[in-house]
Write a protein that binds this ligand. Structure first.
Ligand SMILES: NC(=O)c1ccc[n+]([C@@H]2O[C@H](COP(=O)([O-])OP(=O)(O)OC[C@H]3O[C@@H](n4cnc5c(N)ncnc54)[C@H](OP(=O)(O)O)[C@@H]3O)[C@@H](O)[C@H]2O)c1
Length: 242
């Protein structure tokens, strides 16, 4: 199903640096958008009723609108309007988000769509090494999630760090203090799965209201349960409180 992400990648790319007037409206009392949090790590996942996320190396469902949301949100870089005016535009163009994934999630992406465009792709693996292929392919391999996050946090050209799966990576990330948010597409249907999202401890992560989700992702997000074919789903966001 990651193929579907690829399909969206064939569409014209949106600019990395987005000044979204919608944010100005919701942040009207704020001096600039720079006070929006710059989080360390954000888990982004779609999980069904039984908390499944994958089957046989693929997504168990087809949800085009969720894949489009995934692509927009993981590509979007929100930059302060004043910063855009003051800085050389070429500096802003260099800022992008990182997507961190486990080796099997990487392998589930069809080769022609590797790496995911417009984002720094990082693969966590002990069996792959940085070599000519990774240099030419424009992706990086790290032996641990922690080390990858540490390096990205001090990289001034990285805006947000998205942890995009699969189950092992989510498991480690959800328990890491570096991970502050979970963007979850909750699918209200049960699917046969062999990979699962870890339990969200509601003492640690609190469900935020819809406006906060919209402000965070920088777009108007359909609120409440949505229908795609016979699948009901909802865009949610949790925020670490401990
Ligand atoms: N629903 C969703 O949102 C979503 C998102 C992403 C993926 N998926 C699905 O999830 C499945 C793939 O996920 P998966 O759980 O099977 O595998 P995965 O987490 O993507 O990859 C596992 C591999 O990553 C490396 N790895 C993981 N944790 C590591 C660590 N702490 N340190 C070093 N290396 C680590 C290891 O690679 P080496 O063996 O090379 O060391 C390990 O074998 C697919 O079905 C995919 O479609 C679903």
């Amino acid at each position: 199903m990651i193929t579907e992400i690829g399909n969206f990648l064939e569409e014209p790319e949106e600019l990395f640096v987005v000044y979204n007037p919608f944010l100005e409206v919701i942040a009207k009392n704020q001096k600039t958008m720079s006070i929006l949090p710059r989080p360390n790590g954000i888990l982004i996942a779609a999980a069904c009723n039984n908390w499944g996320i994958g089957l046989n190396g693929e997504l168990p469902w087809k949800l085009k609108r969720d894949l489009a949301y995934f692509e927009r949100v993981t590509k979007r870089v929100l930059v302060d309007k004043e910063e855009i005016n003051n800085k050389d535009k070429s500096d802003n163009d260099k800022i992008r988000n990182a997507v961190i994934m486990g080796r099997l999630t990487w392998e589930s992406i069809p080769k022609k769509y590797q790496p995911l465009k417009g984002r720094l792709n990082i693969i966590i693996s002990n069996s792959m090494k940085n070599d000519d292929n990774s240099n030419k392919g424009g992706y990086l391999i790290y032996p641990s999630l922690e080390k990858a996050i540490q390096d990205l946090e001090i990289d001034s050209q990285i805006f947000r760090i998205f942890i995009i799966g699969g189950s092992k990576i989510y498991e480690e990330a959800i328990n890491s203090l570096s991970c502050k948010y979970i963007l979850l597409t909750k699918i209200y249907k049960e699917f046969k799965c062999d990979r699962f999202f870890p339990q969200i401890d509601e003492n640690v992560y609190k469900l935020v209201d819809h406006l906060e989700l919209e402000k965070f992702v920088g777009e108007i997000v359909p609120q409440g349960k949505q229908l795609d074919g016979d699948i009901e789903y909802e865009f949610l966001m949790y925020k670490r409180i401990l």
